[in-house]
Design a protein around this ligand. Structure first.
Ligand code: NAD
Length: 304
């Protein structure tokens, strides 16, 4: 039984959509929840406290405990105040779900660098800001569960989303290092690649798909990723009742002796470079160094 009784969670961008669903489900299973939301438009303009307050109202109506917070996740002082307010009221923070997000979709040619920076600021830097602000507390307590929200647009690409895709792959890079740095303190960091019908995807989805893609179908995966028994460093893809893991593999590749390291040699053996046979999921950057060095060293031993 996954329970959050006695725990405190912060969910960013929880005034609607996926964040609202995560916040409600956490509260239903006993967590006290900070419902954060800036309450702006889909493109990140404007702000309002109504969305966060109304989700708090919904949680309280079901007998749960929650507080509304209107911090912009990119604002360091506002996020510090949000974390301090949660600590003052409830004394602990067990879970952080980085979910807040905006879109500024355009083909790269037509995208301004301001559109690029704002989207990266909210998704990637906002995630880093919130995570950094709770990190010390979680380390001191020896417990933390952190979720970053990625996207298939980052993992695989999507026309018109260069800014969003870069930010969404960025949070995976953040997770890959934090899963190692947090492990000793029982801080586990996982990523979600959701698909759901929300304001963000309303115009993109066919009508008949919308009922199948409720945010509530994604949330059970999230609850597992922030539970006591959570894995560490997993990318969970979820939507419409499907739950799958996304992994990054590196092929075994080829090794070329000195003197043969030419672009022509690589081109002529590129099928072998791409060959999935023997590919591996590396768990740290250093494993790649060891793989290549190991091959170079054993080749030079054989020569010697
Ligand atoms: P949504 O627009 O319904 O909700 C996002 C919420 O984040 C909004 O309520 C918004 O006010 C809030 N927000 C935006 N900027 C903020 C800021 N600076 N500070 C605080 N709050 C802010 O969208 P959603 O579909 O529920 O998206 C939730 C997350 O899931 C996002 O990170 C999104 O990129 C990601 N995602 C969604 C889908 C999908 O299919 N819906 C797919 C992949 C990834």
């Amino acid at each position: 039984m996954v329970s959050f009784e006695g725990q405190v969670a912060i969910v960013t961008g929880a005034g609607q959509g996926l964040g609202r669903s995560h916040a409600m489900a956490l509260a239903e299973r006993g967590a006290k929840v900070v419902v954060n939301d800036l309450g702006g438009a889909r493109d990140g303009t404007g702000s309002s406290s109504t969305a966060a307050e109304s989700v708090v109202g919904e949680i309280e109506a079901l007998g749960g405990e929650a507080m509304a917070d209107g911090a912009d996740v990119t604002d360091r002082d506002a996020v510090r105040q949000m974390v301090d307010a949660a600590l003052d009221r409830w004394g602990r923070i067990d879970i952080l779900i980085n979910n807040a997000g905006i879109l500024r979709d355009k083909s790269f040619q037509n995208m301004t660098l301001d559109d690029f920076e704002l989207v990266v600021a909210v998704h990637l830097l906002g995630t880093a800001n919130c995570t950094h602000t709770v990190w010390g507390h979680m380390r001191d307590r020896g417990y933390g569960r952190i979720l970053v929200t990625s996207s298939s647009s980052g993992l695989y690409g999507n026309f018109g989303q260069a800014n969003y895709g870069a930010a969404k792959m960025g949070v995976v890079g953040l997770m890959n290092t934090l899963r190692a740095e947090g492990a000793k303190y029982d801080i586990r960091v996982n990523a979600l690649a959701p698909v759901a019908h929300t304001r963000m995807t309303d115009e993109l989805l066919p009508e008949e798909a919308k009922d199948l893609l409720r945010p509530e179908e994604v949330t059970p995966g999230v609850l597992y990723l922030v539970s006591a028994d959570a894995p560490n460093g997993v990318i969970l893809a979820a939507g419409a009742g499907g739950y799958a893991a996304t992994r990054i593999y590196e092929t075994a590749g080829i090794w070329l002796p000195p003197g043969e390291r030419t672009p022509e040699a690589i081109a002529s053996r590129f099928d072998e470079v791409l060959d999935p046979e023997g590919q591996q999921e590396l768990k740290a950057g250093g494993e790649q160094t060891m793989k290549f060095l190991g091959r170079a060293m054993s080749a030079s031993e054989m020569d010697g």
